[in-house]
Design a protein. Structure first.
Length: 373
């Protein structure tokens, strides 16, 4: 079995592909796997680090701005559409894949489009509740359109062969245990809040959660884990300005980066975060109630749609960034953490949405299409 993966640009497109590839490698060690990524993209580093081979092409997206620079960028993108197709064809001819798997991002476009023209079966995986432009375009020639969330099929053409597989979830998330995690982190019986805005940090989330953290530092009501990100080194100083010294509060675990997310999320009673697709799948797998603050700076506002899938199932609360204040966040956190029945309801509803065998579902589809039983 020879499988070509194409996806990149963000970790949200790369990590699902890596999870699927890792599962295939585990189930079928003889499978030949190759990734195609964009030159200069983070996939260059992440794929190599995971131990897979990668070939690179050059592709970019169109700018919607009206300016001379935007016109130049769009002209370059048109040029790269042709050159990236030639590069993709050469990679496909050399590797001779049995199937091509696209997980989104600009790089998926020329690779899967070229593969389909060459008669190679293609499948795509859409991580978000609202599909990206590239996947909507590629869906028309795909053998299967694999969805993370039920209901997303309405955004695709009715002729598309859609199936709900869920998002791949890391095995350490699925196996994480709440009591074990709390002991490892040194927490007592107090409610635990976990908040983060991504590896770089999100200023709005940092500012919004500061009041809740400072209050917990002073009254000790909750334990709180927070990741302020690479660009948030000013955050501990803000908490001090609000009357709490992080270094002196044993119930506060505030750091730049959360590198043991499985443990921290397992320990939490409430998660406050963005609404990235993979984060939400992990929240669901562990059955965690959440307050979601979707990023408004993403294509098609897809994080809002991701969040609403949970909100509509009474598994999460939402605060749009334009409405975010310390006071509103504290109010919503208290309304959940001080209401055990509501917390339990949200937890159960979140877990009901979880699909924890996504890797196996996707692998089964690949096997059927390639004829490997």
């Amino acid at each position: 079995m020879r499988i070509l993966f194409a996806g990149g640009g963000t970790a949200g497109h790369i990590n699902p592909a890596l999870a699927i590839a890792g599962h295939i490698r585990e189930k079928n060690p003889d499978a030949k796997i190759l990734f195609v990524g964009n030159r200069g993209g983070m996939e260059e580093t992440l794929v190599a680090k995971a131990g897979f081979d990668i070939k690179l092409i050059t592709i970019s997206g169109f700018s919607r701005k009206v300016s001379l620079d935007a016109l130049k960028q769009n002209a370059m993108t048109v040029k790269r559409m042709f050159s990236s197709s030639r590069e993709s064809k050469k990679i496909i001819e050399d590797f001779k894949p049995d199937i091509c798997v696209g997980t989104g991002g600009y790089v998926s476009g020329p690779v899967l489009r070229t593969a389909a023209k060459m008669g190679i079966p293609t499948i795509i995986h859409e991580q978000n509740a609202y599909p990206g432009v590239t996947n909507k375009m590629l869906s028309k020639s795909a053998k299967k359109v694999m969805l993370a969330v039920k209901g997303s099929e309405k955004y695709f053409d009715k002729k598309c062969n859609c199936v709900v597989t869920g998002n791949p979830v890391r095995s350490e998330i699925i196996s994480a245990d709440k009591e074990t995690a709390r002991k490892e982190l040194g927490f007592d019986e107090r409610p635990v809040v976990l908040s983060f805005g991504g590896s770089l940090g999100a200023r709005k989330i940092n500012e919004g959660v500061a009041g809740l953290i400072a209050r917990s530092g002073k009254d000790g009501k909750y334990s709180h884990i927070h990741g302020y990100g690479k660009h948030g080194h000013w955050f501990p100083g803000l908490i001090k300005e609000k009357g709490a010294d992080i270094s002196e509060c044993e119930n506060l675990d505030v750091r730049e980066y959360i590198d043991n997310m499985a443990t921290c999320m397992a320990a939490a009673d409430l998660v406050i975060s963005r609404a990235g697709a993979i984060t939400l799948s992990e929240i669901q797998a562990l059955g965690k109630p959440a307050i979601l603050i979707p990023s408004p700076n993403v294509a098609e506002n897809h994080q809002y749609h991701n969040a609403m899938a949970l909100v509509n199932n009474k598994a999460a609360e939402i605060i749009e960034e334009k409405d975010l204040t310390e006071e509103l966040l504290i109010e919503k956190a208290d309304s959940l953490l001080q209401n055990p029945e509501k917390l339990k309801e949200y937890s159960e509803n979140s877990r009901k949405m979880a699909i924890i065998d996504a890797n196996e579902r996707i692998y089964s589809i690949i096997r059927k299409i390639t004829g490997v039983i």
